[in-house]
Every structure is written in C-alpha cells, then in structure tokens.
Design a protein around this ligand. Structure first.
Ligand SMILES: Cc1cc2nc3c(=O)[nH]c(=O)nc-3n(C[C@H](O)[C@H](O)[C@H](O)COP(=O)(O)OP(=O)(O)OC[C@H]3O[C@@H](n4cnc5c(N)ncnc54)[C@H](O)[C@@H]3O)c2cc1C
Ligand code: SF4
Length: 240
C-alpha cells in the first residue's frame, strides 16, 4: 500500500469480504480495528501529508535540538526496552506501533532530539518507511513537531507505562520505580523534565492537567532532585 501497488480500498474490501465469508473465524472487533487503522489512521496521515507538505518537513514546534544517541544505530544500551526495540528494528526493519511510538519515539521526544535526526532514523531503518507515511508519524504523531496538528496531546510517558504494557522492565539494569539515583530509569526523570520544560505550552491542555497536578504535588525538593537527574541523563546519554 505504501508504494501504491495496492489500493487501500482493495485491502479494506477484501478484509470485509473475508470476515463476511468466515464470521466464525474472524470477529467483528478484529475486522473493525483493521479497517479503522487503514481508513482512519493511514489515510488520515496521507491527507495531512498532501495538505501540509513541504512546510511540514521543517516543523520543530518544540524547538528540540539534541542529537539522537549513537546507540539508536547499534542497539548498545543498558535500557532493556530500547535495546530490544532498536536491535529488533535493525535486524528485521520492523517494529510494531507501540515500540515505535512509546519506546524509541517517546525517548527521543522527552530527550529533546531534533526532529530531523528522528526522521533520518525512522526513514533509514524501517522497511515500510516511505516519506508520506513516515514523516507524518514521526514529526506529527510522535515528536509533536507540528504543534499539535495531528494529535491532541504529546505521546510522552515515564517507565510506568512501559512497565504496565510490557515485560521489559523485569530484566532491566534500571529500576522503573526510581526517579533519582544511579539505577533510576532514565525515562522517569526525562519525562518530568519534558513536562517542566514545556509547562507554558502544555499546562493548559485539558488532557495533561492531571500530570501537571502530580508534578506540583512533588514539592520543590523532589522536583530539583528529578531535574538534576535529568540533566545528568542528558549529559551522559551515550553511556546509558
Ligand atoms: C514514530 C512512528 C513511525 C512510523 N513510521 C511508519 C512508516 O514509516 N511507515 C508505515 O507504514 N507506518 C509507520 N508507522 C505506523 C505504524 O506503526 C505501522 O504502520 C504499524 O507498525 C504497522 O503495524 P501493523 O500492520 O501491525 O498495524 P495494525 O495496527 O494491524 O494496523 C493495520 C494497518 O493500518 C495501517 N496503520 C495503522 N496505524 C497507522 C499509522 N499511525 N499510520 C499509518 N498507517 C497506519 C498500516 O497500514 C497497518 O498495516 C509509524 C508509527 C510511529 C509511531
Ligand atoms: S526500567 Fe526503564 S529503561 Fe528499563 S526497560 Fe523499563 S522503561 Fe525501559
């Protein structure tokens, strides 16, 4: 579909035809989810691309400037989730949506990587990376470089989400529950640092109010300790 050898209409019609023919083997939820992804997300991204390019390619609304860590190209990191997602992507040229959005994309976002660096990585790594469907997902959905055109809130998270959604944390060098200290998961301090850095932009966002309330509740001593840990993480990002 990305190379236009198949039309999305053909794919959707065929999926619905198969579901009608084999209602016992394919549930309604399955076919609905699949059709929604193609029609709702994939075609939505195509529309955004054609409506917003070429300006979209240069967006960087959060003004992020950092380099993507070198281990995105080697998989050599002690962070188990990232090591797994990066190594798998390098080996298979494939990762599923949550690995792309909530592990590799999330880390680049909360670190503050330049969207050009992020684009170059996704475009270079994935077998399905054709610019019109890659850039809308990276700059728009994942890095929020588009200022919120595609998504209503940034897809950022601490280790809490990754721990809930996977079993990566169980065998990681880092502790998903800790925010400060040598073994504290880097996602945690970077997450709060990201929210603090972009407070003006996001504190008024209805979907983020709870997160900012949780940050305020921490008190200034804990906030300072978390921000110091985040500063250390950013300075030593190649060693994580
Ligand atoms: C940072 C990031 C970068 C991405 N880069 C690409 C890319 O370069 N090329 C690409 O094709 N997809 C990209 N995606 C979208 C999505 O992750 C892949 O299409 C998905 O991994 C395909 O897996 P699946 O077939 O199991 O999807 P399912 O969830 O089963 O969805 C069925 C089909 O719907 C379509 N689809 C679902 N979500 C999306 C979406 N967000 N955007 C476009 N199509 C979607 C795909 O054709 C997919 O095969 C990216 C997502 C993120 C978060
Ligand atoms: S502890 Fe942190 S770095 Fe390790 S797997 Fe969990 S989320 Fe990833």
């Amino acid at each position: 579909m990305n190379t236009k050898m198949l039309s999305p209409r053909e794919v959707i019609d065929e999926a619905i035809r198969a579901w009608r023919q084999h209602p016992d083997a394919i549930s309604f939820n399955q076919v609905e989810g699949f059709v929604r992804q193609i029609l709702g997300w994939r075609e939505y991204m195509r529309g955004v691309y054609w409506a917003q390019m070429p300006e979209f390619e240069h967006t960087n609304s959060l003004q992020h400037t950092r380099k993507l860590p070198g281990w995105y190209w080697t998989g050599d990191t002690k962070m188990n989730c990232l090591s797994h997602a990066v190594n798998q992507s390098l080996d298979l040229a494939y990762a599923h949506h949550i690995q792309r959005l909530m592990i590799t994309g999330n880390f680049a976002l909360i670190l503050g990587a330049h969207p050009d660096e992020v684009d170059a990585w996704y475009l270079g790594v994935y077998i399905d990376a054709i610019q019109w469907v890659e850039i809308t997902n990276t700059r728009g959905m994942s890095q929020r470089a588009d200022g919120g055109l595609i998504a209503t809130k940034p897809y950022c998270s601490s280790a809490n989400y990754i721990n809930k959604m996977s079993d990566y944390c169980r065998s990681c060098h880092y502790d998903p529950k800790k925010r400060t200290g040598e073994r504290a998961c880097p996602f945690n301090s970077l997450y709060w640092d990201f929210l603090d850095r972009h407070r003006e932009r996001f504190a008024g966002n209805f979907r983020m109010k709870m997160m900012y309330r949780a940050w305020e509740r921490k008190g200034s001593e804990e906030q300072v300790a978390i921000l110091e840990r985040a500063a250390w993480v950013k300075e030593h990002v190649e060693e994580l």
